[in-house]
Write a protein of this length. Structure first.
Length: 260
């Protein structure tokens, strides 16, 4: 499904079911482990019967909600290193959790683990399979070859946000109740942004304050320009009417040539 699901009051783990109906998209153990780590989590570790039941409920909801869902086991984070331990009675004790958990909880199917070349663990998810000698296979654990292709389940620490958030774990049995989802595609859901209304006057203040230096600069420039214009007008000398008519004689001169 590819959705991160969280339970409780942000103190519990979150989970993601990586289910691929297309068989070609399923991956080996190490690929699944790497995918979870790149996504900020780890391949699923199970610490108790209650957590096992929680995952079973998630898988039941997946089966109910998906159309045409097919059988497909899920990798969990249990594995062992070392070979040549086929007949060793200590083999089951060599399995460890990939995320470093020391949980001793196990949910093996009858006669599992078979050890040998099968060193990585899956949770059975084969709704159409008939029960075996040990009862139903569904949700029991089985060791498998690490290069086999399966779905997988990631586990994450408590998160600030999640795709689906549900009530406390004690309230989810026997079925997982639906909750109000946070859409991780919206930034406001990721960071729980709270918007507050500040009013018109504070907003105007924020607009006016940055313009004060510009207004002062304009005022100084205008004052300087006026001062210069005033200074020039005082220094300018006005022309006297008498000076402007010096070329005209006040007393007409008698021209002898004009006499008759």
């Amino acid at each position: 499904s590819g959705q991160k699901v969280c339970y409780g009051d942000l103190k519990h783990s979150c989970y993601k079911l990586a289910y691929f109906q297309d068989l070609s998209r399923r991956v080996g153990f190490q690929e699944a482990r790497q995918a979870c780590e790149i996504d900020g989590g780890a391949l699923l570790s199970l610490e108790s019967e209650a957590e096992q039941q929680l995952i079973e409920n998630m898988l039941q909801n997946l089966t109910k909600s998906a159309s045409g869902i097919s059988d497909g086991d899920f990798w969990i984070g249990l594995w062992r290193s070392g070979d040549g331990l086929t007949t060793s009675s200590a083999c089951p004790d060599l399995y460890q959790w990939a995320d470093g958990s020391i949980s001793p909880f196990r949910n093996w199917y009858t006669d599992e683990p078979s050890c040998g070349s099968e060193a990585c663990v899956v949770m059975y998810h084969q709704p159409t399979a008939n029960p075996g000698l040990g009862g139903p296979y569904l949700y029991q654990w089985n060791d498998d070859r690490c290069n086999m292709k399966h779905n997988f389940i990631c586990k994450y620490g408590p998160a600030i946000f999640c795709t689906h958030c549900f009530p406390k774990m004690s309230d989810i049995f026997p079925t997982v109740p639906a909750g109000n989802p946070y859409d991780t595609g919206k930034p406001e859901d990721q960071y729980h942004v709270t918007a507050t209304e500040t009013g018109i006057i504070p907003n105007l203040i924020y607009v006016i304050i940055p313009t004060i230096p510009l207004l002062l600069l304009i005022l100084v420039a205008f004052g300087t320009c006026c001062f210069q214009m005033l200074h020039k007008s005082k220094g300018r000398t006005k022309t006297s009417p008498t000076q402007s008519t010096l070329w005209i004689s006040k007393t007409p001169r008698k021209d002898s040539s004009m006499e008759v």
